[in-house]
Design a protein around this ligand. Structure first.
Ligand code: SF4
Length: 380
């Protein structure tokens, strides 16, 4: 079945082009430490073998940049790089990659030293000089606080949209058109609304779709499918990433899940319903990346899932995150949040930190807090 597609502009990423009626490209991200060149090249190769069109890697330090140079020499893959606050690394990174992703929510730091507009301008100049595409990657867990404060407290959609549209306008004004946008959240209903509203305003800009921190299969695939079916079958979306918490040697499963969802949509095998809502225990967990601080994170996420099965009928969200970069912010909206450090796991209830516990002690401590929430909800 020929799917309708929004008339997005073409954006080339290395050897592929997204938008302009090209096939929806499938992406993933390495979960290895970027500095471990051998493991990262192997994971890139595994992802390409599974059918990845673009592979993203995280670069946070000069050591990561040195590793990236070696990685580039060993692979022809279309590489995207994820830069966080350290946007200046773009200068040394860009010659070795095909796309740069930046998060508007990370550019407001040290605003007084350099306004975010200047940082974007710098990134675009570097991208232009090095034949790189750009992704404006807006994420529900890390929205610029200045943007969030312009809207009512319960409205998490408008600040994200406003942030994306503002950056698009700046890029357009600066004459840089080789870019796409992503608007990700761990809630598939929000992902649907965000992308539908963005596409209504800017149908010309290619969209990279994803449900972030979707968790472990099969639930993570189901959440992602819900969002992708509603969007792609309406012509919205030019490239996708399925974000799953998986053992390091199974990252290719993300690509296979993405390709299966696309094949099902193309064949009209659309199963999900639009009125998805949280009615039962919801475990969100990050897909892990180079920033994971303790590899026990993957096992911990699975142990949390097994331990909390007894609470399956309660509408409680538990977030399990792999590092301090995104962990503290992206656990704020969960009822209970865990973010993993090198030796300890930080436990939160909402935005309040309850304490830091060893990997051995965290599960019983989490259970205590979950039991408190259940008893509070049972009483009311
Ligand atoms: Fe990577 Fe940290 Fe995000 Fe997990 S939470 S995907 S480890 S940046």
């Amino acid at each position: 079945m020929e799917l309708p597609r929004n008339p997005t502009r073409p954006v080339r990423i290395g050897t592929i082009t997204i938008g302009d009626n090209n096939p929806v490209a499938v992406q993933s991200m390495c979960a290895t430490h970027t500095r471990d060149v051998g493991a990262t090249v192997k994971q890139i190769n595994d992802l390409i073998k599974a059918g990845a069109d673009v592979v993203r890697i995280a670069v946070d330090t000069k050591r990561d940049v040195e590793a990236l140079i070696e990685i580039r020499q060993q692979t022809q893959a279309n590489l995207s790089v994820d830069l966080q606050e350290n946007y200046r690394l773009a200068k040394t990174v860009a010659p070795h990659v095909d796309k740069i992703r930046y998060n508007p929510g990370h550019l407001y730091h040290h605003e007084r030293q350099k306004p975010w507009q200047d940082k974007v301008k710098f990134l675009l100049e570097v991208a232009g000089e090095n034949d790189c595409a750009v992704r404006i990657g807006v994420n529900g867990g890390s929205v610029d606080p200045a943007k969030a404060s312009q809207f009512s407290e319960g409205d998490s959609i408008s600040p994200m949209l406003a942030s994306a549209l503002e950056h698009c306008e700046l890029l357009d004004t600066l004459g840089f058109i080789r870019y796409c946008v992503s608007l990700k959240d761990s809630d598939p209903t929000k992902v649907i609304e965000l992308n539908q509203r963005f596409a209504a305003e800017r149908p010309d800009i290619p969209l990279h779709l994803g449900v972030t921190e979707a968790g472990m299969p099969p639930e993570g695939v189901i959440k992602t499918r819900i969002a992708f079916e509603q969007l792609i079958s309406r012509g919205i979306g030019d490239t996708i990433r399925v974000s799953l918490t998986l053992p390091f040697d199974r990252k290719g499963d993300e690509i296979e899940a993405g390709r299966q969802i696309l094949a099902d949509i193309a064949a009209g095998r659309v199963r999900s319903v639009v009125d998805y809502g949280l009615k039962s225990l919801n475990i969100i967990s990050c897909p892990s990346c180079s920033r994971v601080e303790n590899e026990a994170f993957i096992d911990l996420a699975q142990e949390v899932k097994a331990m909390t099965e007894y609470a399956a009928d309660y509408a409680v969200t538990i977030a399990v995150m792999g590092c301090r970069v995104n962990g503290p912010g992206e656990t704020d909206d969960a009822d209970l949040g865990l973010w993993c450090g090198p030796k300890a796991v930080n436990l939160k209830r909402g935005s309040k930190t309850l304490g830091s516990y060893s990997y051995h002690d965290i599960l019983p401590r989490l259970k205590e807090e979950l039991d408190i929430i259940i008893s509070e909800r049972t009483e009311t």
